[in-house]
Design a protein around this ligand. Structure first.
Ligand code: FAD
Length: 317
């Protein structure tokens, strides 16, 4: 079933989860181990992230360094299929512009369609880790809205080769990313909302937000979207803080603010067990307030760990 149908068919707040493919060389069992405890909450869908290649440097016998391109977390499509098969739950693979030209994107979409996957989160993707700016492949897409148009075309039976006859139309439900604290490259919030609206006009049916720790940011973002004629569901994304290190890692990686009250609690804590409990309590309060606000679904970023998410969600079941 499509994400948008899950949202329309419910009168209570749903809980969905986002997982990462295991690191190359690890077994899928590690992923099942963290997903198993979450399945009791009957998530309507599970997102699986996509990780593009990055560069690693290997020292050769002659002492020189060789740059290699490596995908450290391959397997997004296979994991989606495995999860659907094991748990009978809908999956949402993330697809990105980075690293794909249009034909490779088309072929990936054909694979997903053959597997019976009818949901996608369409993204641009970040720059390669060692690079500052995002650059598109030759004949690839520069922005999520362009990739979205390719998916929308396939939903109408329009493929790249217009000599193809009697083509099958795909039927993907398309979600996109939104940023309550603005995307880091955007000059201001209004510009970001302007381009978010382009994604909606190109066929996005719902938005999932970047994580935030202050619900007011989400409420303001929803208001701004509605004022700018963006009326599709906006699913808030939450992540409980779990380590002291994340106080600096999360703002650096995701370009967000952490409220002083939460920062102070974490700084004062004696160890990461305490931090974990603080993160859980904070996320429980965020969840409670978001449910009261009437959000259709709350999306939890698991980042490979589920015990803290389990403690949060079970408070509301
Ligand atoms: P876009 O919507 O293309 O926007 C990127 C920037 O360009 C924004 O600043 C926007 O305002 C601007 N912009 C958009 N269109 C135009 C235009 N036509 N002209 C000028 N400026 C424009 N990354 C991964 O690699 N894999 C994942 O699985 C993944 N999952 C994610 C899930 C969620 C819920 C979120 C919020 C993010 C995820 N990301 C993932 C990160 C995402 O790829 C990055 O944040 C990326 O930098 C932007 O992606 P986007 O789809 O929002 O890009």
């Amino acid at each position: 079933m499509k994400v948008i149908e899950h949202i329309k068919n419910t009168n209570k707040t749903l809980f969905s989860f986002e997982i990462l493919p295991p690191l190359k060389g690890e077994s899928i069992q590690s992923l099942y181990k963290s997903l198993d405890p979450l399945m009791e909450f009957q998530p309507p869908f599970i997102d699986v992230t996509y990780h593009r290649e990055e560069y690693v440097y290997k020292r050769k016998d002659n002492g020189l360094l060789e740059r290699r391109s490596v995908k450290k977390r391959p397997g997004t499509v296979g994991i989606c299929a495995a999860i659907m098969n094991k748990y009978n739950v809908d999956t949402v693979p993330h697809i990105i512009c980075g690293g794909f030209n249009r034909e490779e994107t088309e072929n990936a979409l054909i694979d997903l369609n053959f597997l019976g996957i009818d949901n996608l989160l369409v993204l641009r993707g970040d720059p390669i880790k060692s690079e500052i700016y995002f650059s598109a492949e030759n004949d690839g897409h520069s922005y999520a809205s362009e990739l979205l148009m390719q998916v929308s075309d396939m939903n109408k039976g329009i493929y790249l080769d217009n000599d193809l006859r009697n083509t099958v139309s795909t039927d993907f439900c398309i979600g996109v990313a939104g940023y309550p604290e603005k995307h880091f490259e955007s000059p201001n919030m209004f510009s970001d909302i302007h381009f978010l609206k382009k994604k909606v006009e190109a066929g996005a049916e719902y938005i999932v937000t970047q994580m935030f720790f202050d619900n007011q940011k989400y409420f303001d973002f929803v208001k701004l979207c509605r004022e700018n004629d963006i009326h599709i569901p906006i699913i808030p994304g939450l992540k409980p803080i779990a380590t002291k290190k994340q106080l600096t890692l999360l703002p650096q990686r995701f370009h967000l603010n952490i409220p002083s009250e939460l920062v102070n609690l974490i700084i004062k804590s004696k160890n990461n067990d305490e931090v974990r409990n603080i993160g859980i309590e904070w996320a429980i309060n965020q969840t409670r307030e978001l449910i009261e606000f009437g959000v259709p679904c709350i999306h939890f970023y698991t980042m490979g760990k589920s015990d803290n998410i389990q403690k949060i969600v079970q408070k509301f079941i």
